[in-house]
Design a protein around this ligand. Structure first.
Ligand SMILES: *Cc1c(COP(=O)(O)O)cnc(C)c1O
Length: 479
């Protein structure tokens, strides 16, 4: 059974038929099997056209306001990626310059995130923030195990404290690596982690606290420095030293440029490690993330493997072995190309577009903002009480008729009554596209207001909340 099974309810029996090539292409072969490897080869142009045509049905990435991940990159970045398509990131001996560019990126991020001693920072590229989260979580777990073993204490019940709003990768980390996830629930209008609620769940088995800069649910920043200060007080009280990991998948590439006074990074002594997605506000096409540790103490050496059979001793801390080098090269290109001021301008523009669009949407009347786009350029909004003829799922579906992908979803436990729409503003979605979206929103509202009542509910939402899903994967229909 493939992990991505063909949806037979949607496509019916047509999916048992071979793919038809003629007469469109007027070439041989006439048909090719859909699910079996074809017996023979075919002309590359035919194969190209077949694949190309099928992909026409994918959405328009630029109109995808659900994803946090880059959907636009400069042609020069794309050219470099094509030039590096054959480079395997793991072959550091064969491609020493690609490895060198990765190292430079780590150094740049260490300085951007105010490491007191950037030369002592340990860091690596990853496939994204999810892999970075696994690595950072493993480092927290291993550090805790070492401390506990040295003290002659048991190591069988590690836990990780975080808000229930964490991205799904943290739920995966806890599940895959057998760490008890301790989620701080939402409560009333509090949609993310706070100092008191975080400390309230910590004990001697806590390997760390994850603080998110740019919550998946609403784009808000969690108060990293305040959480760290509360953990300082907790340590003074109990002697328990609980490190903080910052999940800056979005925010770690936004805050340094547009919120320079906000202390969320290595300026906060308790912050042991930080991850970001190079392919989100790092402005690279999908396939790169970064994980950095303050120093070697934060990354136990026994997690680092030394591989030498490719010729040369090479330290590696990664879940994958082979991995494309092109995205890392593109990250370096983008750092060079934009510099600090270029990133600042891009992120400030995203924030301007997000805050203006949020304000315009609030002015329409039926919507109430949960966030206003003033932290990560991401905002969530709900339908006001008393607006009875349509649901957020109706709005999402109606916008889809024009190609806009605006996800609708419910908040987690305790606030499952809260149903929202969310818009992620990225480089490439400017004021003009935002105005077109507003025009379309006005148009569909006029129609939805005439409906007798809501037509769609959470089961119609589709699966595109990008990690803001339920914390119960067994609940059907909402995976
Ligand atoms: C997107 C996101 C992740 C997962 O990152 P990928 O790069 O998609 O693997 C983790 N945490 C947060 C806060 C995110 O926004």
């Amino acid at each position: 059974m493939p992990l991505n099974p063909v949806d037979r309810s949607r496509h019916g029996t047509r999916h048992s038929r071979d793919l038809q090539l003629n007469p469109l292409f007027s070439r041989e072969p006439v048909t090719v099997p859909r699910h079996a490897l074809p017996d023979g080869a075919m002309d590359p142009d035919t194969a190209y056209q077949l694949v190309h045509d099928e992909l026409m049905l994918d959405g328009n990435a630029r109109l995808n306001l659900a994803t946090f991940v880059s959907t636009w990159a400069e042609p020069q970045a794309q050219r470099l990626m094509a030039e590096c398509a054959d480079k395997n990131m793991i072959d550091k001996d064969e491609y020493p310059q690609t490895a060198e560019l990765e190292t430079r990126c780590v150094h740049m991020l260490a300085r951007l995130w105010h490491a007191p001693d950037p030369d002592r920072v340990m860091g690596c590229s990853t496939t994204g923030s999810s892999e970075a989260a696994m690595l950072a979580g493993l480092a927290l777990k291993r550090r805790w195990q070492h401390r506990r073993r040295a003290a002659g204490k048991p190591v069988d019940r590690p836990n990780l404290v975080m808000g229930v709003n964490v991205q799904i990768c943290w739920e995966k980390f806890a599940d895959y690596f057998e760490v008890e996830p301790r989620y701080v629930p939402m409560d009333g209008d509090r949609y993310h982690l706070t100092p008191e609620t975080a400390v309230g769940l910590c004990d001697e088995n806590t390997i760390g606290v994850v603080a998110v800069l740019g919550s998946t649910f609403d784009g808000s920043y969690e108060p990293v420095a305040e959480i760290a200060a509360a953990l300082d007080a907790f340590e003074a009280r109990t002697g328990l030293d609980v490190p903080v990991h910052v999940d800056g998948a979005s925010g770690a590439m936004i805050a340094p440029f547009v919120d320079p006074a906000l202390e969320w990074d290595f300026r906060v002594p308790r912050v042991a490690s930080i991850n970001t997605s190079g392919h989100k506000y790092g402005l690279v096409m999908p396939g790169v993330g970064w994980a950095l540790w303050r120093d070697a103490d934060a990354l136990p050496d026994d997690l680092v493997f030394h591989v030498n059979y490719l010729g040369g001793d090479m330290p590696t801390f990664a879940l994958n072995f082979s991995r494309p080098g092109a995205q890392v090269v593109a990250q370096y290109y983008t750092f060079l190309r934009l510099g600090f001021d270029g990133y600042r301008r891009v992120q400030q523009t995203c924030r301007d577009v997000a805050t203006r669009l949020a304000a315009r949407i609030a002015e329409l009347g039926p919507f109430e903002l949960i966030t206003d786009g003033g932290q990560a350029p991401v905002f969530a909004f709900r339908i006001r009480e008393g607006v009875g003829t349509y649901s957020v799922y109706d709005v999402s579906a109606a916008l889809r008729e024009r190609g806009w992908l605006v996800p609708a979803y419910t908040f987690p436990e305790n606030r499952t009554d809260l149903e929202v729409l969310r818009i992620v503003v990225r480089n490439g979605f400017g004021h003009d596209l935002a105005d077109l979206l507003l025009d379309d929103l006005r148009r569909v509202l006029a129609r939805l207001e005439r409906q007798p009542g809501p037509q769609r509910d959470a089961d119609d939402a589709g699966g595109f909340a990008h990690g803001a899903e339920t914390k119960d994967p067994r609940r059907p229909g909402r995976r």
